[in-house]
Structures are given as C-alpha cells and as structure tokens.
Design a protein around this ligand. Structure first.
Ligand code: PLP
Length: 430
C-alpha cells in the first residue's frame, strides 16, 4: 500500500500509478482519444462535472493523470496537470489568472523563450509585464507592483544565467500584495528544491529536461500547492471565484476548493487551447521520473567536479556554477538546494568568440545540441548559434558573453567528460 509519508526517492518509483490486484505492474498507455459509456446521461453527468470519469483525452486521460499525480507528489502539491511543452505550461499557468488589462511582475533572469512569451506574445494579448532583477531588494521588488498586478513569476535556477531566485523574499512580497508566486522549477527538479516549502504557490516545469531526462520527449507541467487563498481576493481573482458561464456556470473555488486553479486550467484553458501531451509521451516521462533521484545526484556530483576542474584550468577565464563558493549565489544555493542545484555549468574560454568556437569543434564526447538537462553531456555556444546574429556589444548587454559556453553535464564518468574538455580547451588556444 502506497503511503504519502514515503521519502521522495521512493515516490519517484511508487507515486502516481498504483496497480490493483491483477492489473499491469507498469503504467498502461491509454492510447485512446475517447472513452465509451452505456448511456448519454452518464456522459452528460461527466460534462456537467457531476461525476468523475474520462470522456475525451484533450481534457483528461488515465495515463496522463497518473504521471501528473506522480509529479504532484514529488513537488508536495495538491493538484497538477501535464502540457505538451514547457512553453505551454508557463503560458497556461499565467493566463489562468491574468488576462487583457492585467499586469504581472517577472524576474528578468528566465529562459529566453519564456522572456519572449511574456515580453512579446502576452503583451500582444494585453497583459503588461515589469521585469525585475532576480537580485532585487524587497523595496525594488515592491516598486514593480501596480494595482492590476496578478502574479509574480521567476525561475528557481535560471536558464542559462544560473541565477538562484530568493524564493522566500519573492513569495513574501507577492503575498503582501495579495498575489501568488509562480516558479519554474525545471533546473533543480523537486529532488533538489521544493519551492512550496519556501512559500511559492504554483510550480511549472519543462519536463523536457531532467524530469524525462533522456532527450526523447517535449513536455510541461503545472502543479498547485493549494495554499493560495483566492477567495480572500474575490474581485482580483473573479475568474476563479465567480461562475464560469463557459463551463456550466461552475464557480471553481466553491466546487473544487484547493483544486480550483488546476480544474479551471484543465476544463477551460486545455479545452480551448488543446496543448495536451500524448499518453505515450507521458509514459516516457514516467519512465524518466522513475530514476530522477539517482540521475540528479550523479548530474550534481559530476557538475561540481567539472566546475572545480574548470576553475583550475588556465584556458578558462571564468566559471559560473551556484554550488561553487566563488558564485555570487552560493549562500542562496545552499539555502534552497543543499543537496545540489543541477548539472548545468557555464564558463568562458580565454580568447573570446573564436577560441570558444574552436573549443566546440574539438569536443568528442560532449554533443553540440540546442538542449540542456539530458543524461548525455551536451554543450552550446550561444554566440555562434542561438545568439549568432548579435554583435559582441549586444551579447554583453544581454548577459551572454561571446566566450560563454553552456555545458550540460551528463551522468557519464566525470573523468571522461573532463578529458574531453581538457583536450578541447588545449585545441581552443591553437
Ligand atoms: N522553462 C525553462 C527553464 C526552460 O529551460 C525551457 C526550455 O529550455 C522552457 C521552460 C520551455 O520548455 P519547452 O522547451 O519544453 O517548451
């Protein structure tokens, strides 16, 4: 019998799907768009949310739900849902409580795709955003709020700048202003950081990264702690506290209590936008999460070993890894992620853009890909790929220096990775 009190390592394998007598041991893939009923009335009750059951996979599917339940258990939340990508997760998480005419506050140190989503696409939809430094003081953060602010957003450890968010500070200021804090917890995963324990209200993920872990499947997730009291601010969150005429006049907070936020995101936004992952992709995500605790430990051990090695290499001009005592975020990292933060390390190759390009071309083990947080070591030189259209001056302005290498340390033997890096660094100087 499954126990909620199990440690997180046990939950990685045992939470979510629990087979009954005679059922398959491994999570079955319900690869079916639809579900059969004996009568129209039974199906009508499902549509009216009067009874529980499956009817169409865009809204709910047993495989997807079991995997969402596992991730919800890992984060310590009350309800969760999976989406077709991390981009979709962040979009739904925000759009669920902010719409045209509203304003949000976001840390500026977030993944470029999310920055663009907030700064371009959501602005086009009429949602205003103020970006703040991830190192904001309480006063600087407070100054960003407006009467129509609906939420605060940030990344636990930002991609690619590796800034550590002061979750307690951001949550406290958000709550004093009557709004929730949403945190993208992709890089540390719940193995290394559980933001709800520090006051965060809603967590999102790009499950594409460590959670699935093997670079096979794009996906995302939203998990609700159930702690934010929407009814305390009925006017601000009227989308949850007043009847939704588009869904049989249901009032989400009244009908679903702590499940209100995720129910609304499912029956309203997923219904209308349809960013659902396939049951097969959810199955792959579940396989990944089975070993998450073991992989994260190895990613972090390897990354720290390699970060220390890089600090000692004469061909490296700087190293950024929050678990290094030299990191400006070392204290925050120890507070929020005492077991380790993630496998991503960034560093500068002496000699700038040309030397960094030679370094990339000389690697044998580390794969050059636009991906991070994979079991296999992979590496990216933003200045010659994702940011190649920018001049050196423009690169400096957006914090991506021409010499910056983003190394995603895998779970191979660290000595083999170091040997590969050492050779490539020597070649970079020729
Ligand atoms: N959030 C973070 C922190 C990311 O690093 C990424 C992608 O790199 C995303 C969200 C977007 O996720 P996806 O690529 O799964 O859409």
């Amino acid at each position: 019998m499954y126990k909620d009190s199990y440690n997180i390592e046990t939950k990685c394998l045992q939470a979510g799907y629990q087979p009954k007598n005679g059922e398959p041991r491994v999570l079955p893939i319900a690869q079916s768009t639809t579900f059969k009923y004996e009568s129209s009335n039974e199906m009508g009750d499902l549509f009216d949310l009067k009874s529980e059951g499956y009817f169409y996979t865009r809204l709910q599917n047993p495989t997807n739900d079991a995997v969402a339940a596992k991730l919800t258990a890992l984060e310590g939340g009350v309800a969760g849902m999976l989406t077709s990508s991390g981009q979709a997760a962040n979009f739904l998480a925000i759009f669920n409580i902010a719409c045209a005419g509203d304003h949000i506050v976001s840390s500026a140190a977030i993944y470029g795709g999310t920055f663009n989503l907030l700064d371009v696409t959501m602005r086009r939809m009429g949602i205003d955003v103020t970006f703040v430094s991830p190192n904001s003081t309480r006063e600087e953060l407070q100054a960003a709020f407006k009467p129509n602010t609906k939420l605060v957003f940030g990344e636990t450890v930002s991609n690619p700048s590796l800034n550590v968010l002061d979750i307690e500070l951001f949550a406290d200021v958000a709550h004093k202003n009557g709004v929730p804090l949403i945190v993208d917890n992709t890089f540390p995963t719940p193995i290394n950081c559980r933001p709800f324990e520090f006051g965060c209200d809603i967590v999102t993920h790009s499950t594409t990264k460590y959670l699935e872990g093997h670079a096979t499947t794009i996906g995302g997730a939203i998990i609700d702690s159930g702690n934010f009291d929407w009814e305390r601010y009925p006017e601000k969150f009227s989308c949850l506290t007043t009847p939704d005429e588009s869904y049989h006049g249901v009032t989400y907070t009244k009908a679903f209590g702590k499940g209100a936020y995720i129910t609304k995101a499912t029956v309203q936004l997923m219904r209308d936008l349809g960013v659902i992952p396939s049951p097969f992709n959810c199955f792959l995500l579940d396989r990944g999460m089975d070993t998450l605790h073991v992989r994260m430990e190895r990613h972090c051990d390897n990354a720290l070993k390699i970060a220390k090695y890089l600090e000692s290499n004469k061909n490296v001009s700087w190293v950024n890894y929050p678990m290094l005592p030299s990191s400006k975020d070392y204290e925050l990292a120890l507070k929020y992620m005492p077991k380790g933060c993630c496998g991503v390390v960034s560093f500068g190759v002496k000699g700038g853009r040309e030397a960094a390009t030679r370094f990339m071309d000389s690697l044998q083990l580390a794969a050059v890909v636009t991906h991070v947080a994979d079991a296999r070591t992979c590496v990216l030189h933003p200045a010659s790929t994702t940011h190649r259209q920018l001049s050196d001056k423009q690169l400096e302005e957006c914090g991506v220096t021409p010499d910056l290498i983003r190394l995603s340390v895998g779970i191979e033997n660290a000595d083999d990775i170091i040997e590969d890096i050492e050779n490539a660094l020597s070649e970079s100087q020729k």
